[in-house]
Design a protein around this ligand. Sequence first.
Ligand SMILES: [Cu+2]
Length: 124
Amino acid sequence: MRKLLLLTLCILANAWLPLAQAAEITEKLFDLTITNGNVPKEQRLIRVDKGTMVKLRVSSDSAGSLHLHAYKMEAHLAPGAPVELAFNARATGRFRFEWHAENAKAKAGDHHGPPLSTLEVRPK
Ligand SMILES: [Cu+2]
């Protein structure tokens, strides 16, 4: 009886394996370490394939907010309080991460300066 149960479990496991593999989502972790409103050179391009689960560890030495408009993502940062963000890279193309420092006076018509970093999502 026990043998039969084990056999049944094995068959079930085999049947589910391909499904489980197909559903597996690639996860990629990136850091955005913001200092004086900038990130190090190697963090200025984040390149992933479409469908990747992008995880971001964001920290900043000053208060402000990080925007990724195309993905309707916004995160508020405070010094010494890193934030973790995760999103599925569904839309392909190049998208700008923008940083808005809290203490910087926004000039009219100048809401967005140069991008902090660029997200590049490539079609599979
Ligand atoms: Cu913005």
